[in-house]
Design a protein around this ligand. Sequence first.
Ligand SMILES: Nc1ncnc2c1ncn2[C@@H]1O[C@H](COP(=O)(O)OP(=O)(O)OP(=O)(O)O)[C@@H](O)[C@H]1O
Ligand SMILES: [Mg+2]
Length: 251
Amino acid sequence: MTKIITTKAVRLKYGDSEALHGIDLDFEAKQLTTLIGPSGCGKSTFLRCLNRMNDDIPNVHVSGDIKFEGHDIYTNKTDLVALRKEVGMVFQQPTPFPFSVFDNVAFGLRLAGIKDQALIEERVIESLKQAAIWNETKDVLDRSAQSFSGGQQQRICIARALAVRPKIVLLDEPTSALDPISSAEVERTLIQLKRQYTFIMVTHNLQQASRISDQTAFFMNGDLIESGATEKMFIKPKQQMTNDYLNGRFG
Ligand SMILES: Nc1ncnc2c1ncn2[C@@H]1O[C@H](COP(=O)(O)OP(=O)(O)OP(=O)(O)O)[C@@H](O)[C@H]1O
Ligand SMILES: [Mg+2]
């Protein structure tokens, strides 16, 4: 297996308050890894480190080492637009832009300077198919993306993230704002795609983590408690704290 992201001794401070206390965690390519742990333990904070989304928050200080395909992503020379093209992101609330389905999915391609209409069209269709939202949108590509249901909007956002052909997609609780049926649709989509892309997903839903992820990392109070193959961790965790969390004793 290939490690696509490696992190060492990652510390993050919001002002004077340290939210991550030294995280060492590597991610395998073409696997789905879930980050789990109680509210406030640093899952979203850590996820945002991986494509430098925390840079947009004032007074954030990150130290340690984060490499994407062997290259340090925290250098002065790192091209953030290029990084975020390779490491895309999907948020908890579906965030389609207030324009058509087609233009939403084409957005990243146009931003990347692609002008070839035929190529854009091909990519949009392919991405909508990959995100399992093609059947519901193919006859209404010019309808506002915001007029779709929550689950449909989230799949449109996944299509938008996939359109630029990222290597990694970060997902922060992508199904927690959705009803069970939409949530199951998004899960199915991720399962179908996970051999093609690397997914790193935060979830509070332990059943979901055990259903769809290959690897799991358990965070607590800004520390990584343990990580490894999902099945192993759920059956026989190494740490007592993980065992207690998985059995609903806190969190
Ligand atoms: N923008 C911010 N400014 C200051 N502190 C922050 C900021 N964002 C997060 N924190 C703090 O950092 C810690 C980790 O927060 P984070 O959002 O990463 O947790 P989380 O594990 O994603 O929680 P949840 O499951 O509730 O989403 C918390 O103590 C939180 O209050
Ligand atoms: Mg969070």
